[in-house]
Structure formats: C-alpha cells, structure tokens
Ligand binder design. Sequence first.
Ligand code: GDP
Ligand code: MG
Length: 173
Amino acid sequence: MADCDYLYKIILIGDINVGKTSIVRRFRDGAFDDTYRTTIGVDFAIRTLDIDNKQVKLQIWDTSGQERFRSITTSYFRNAHGIVLVYDITNRTSLEVAERWLMDVNRLCGDSPVNLLVGNKSDLIDRRQVTIQEAKTFAANHGMIGPIETSAKSAANIDQAFYSLAQELVQCN
Ligand code: GDP
Ligand code: MG
C-alpha cells in the first residue's frame, strides 16, 4: 500500500442506541447531530492516524442497524483487526448485553481481534448507571483494552479511543 504503513478494519458493535453511529460520524466529520438517522452507506469512516510516525489507516464499520436483531452476519466480522464494543454509561442493560456481543465476536472473527471497551454519553454524567470501576472489571475479565468513556456529543475522548486502539494494533504487529 502506497499511502499508508498499516491498514486496519475496525468494527463497532453494541446495543442499539448506545451511540455507535454518532461516534463514527464524530470521528469522521467532527460533527454531532441529534436528529441524525442511520442510513446504510454513510456508516463507514476512513481516517489515517499518525502513530509514532507511521501512517495508520483505519477503516471503520458501523453496524447499520443490524444490532436491532442482536446478531450480526459473519461477513461483517470477517477479517476485523479491531472491535470497538460500545455501551451507554446511562444504561446498565447496554453493558449487560455486551457479553453477548463478545460471544459473537469470538464465534465469528477468524483471528482474535483487539477489543476496546467504550462507554459513551459521558456528557450525561448525572444519569450514570455504570461506574468506571464496573467497566474496568468487565474489560479486565474479557481481555479487553479500555474502558474509555467518550461523548459523541461533546467529542470527549472520541479521537483518543481510536488512537488507543490503533496504537495497540500497531504494537501487536
Ligand atoms: P446507535 O444505535 O448505537 O448507532 O446510536 P446512535 O448514534 O444512533 O445514537 C442513539 C441516540 O443517542 C441518538 O439520539 C443520539 O443523538 C444519542 N447520542 C449518541 N451519542 C451521544 C452522546 O455522546 N451523548 C448524548 N447525550 N447523546 C448521544
Ligand atoms: Mg446506528
């Protein structure tokens, strides 16, 4: 590849409404829109990050509404290098169902991807239902990196989350 040193396929998974589409959109466009509606075709982002002077291209895939059925097709997971598992810090159920997403990852991903746990909606701190400690325990128990708390709305930690994942991927290679 001429234009980058590394190319990674990253997929976002997690319960519906946790903010996956908003995270991808924030990362790609630097924007947030409360009225934004998911459409197939825009749930995709490519950005090249500079990691230790290496050009690391991330190809990021959103689930395009498939999470409604709590299952995602094999083709979506195939050849993923990294997984971003998103829950909503104001919704306890969204962390509880994360377990199920990981089972799908283990079943459907060929090689073991690097998994990052992301707690979104950190701007809604007064409605918090999941503590950072609980998320740390979850991540540790499942061999994940993170957790990182983000807000697609305020942009807090969105870039940092993808940088951490990219850094880990580069180190693994
Ligand atoms: P998805 O179903 O996981 O793709 O979630 P969406 O990106 O469609 O977001 C679901 C809802 O949560 C939408 O109403 C978003 O505007 C809202 N949302 C997403 N991220 C944030 C965030 O960081 N903070 C707040 N307050 N709302 C968010
Ligand atoms: Mg979505």
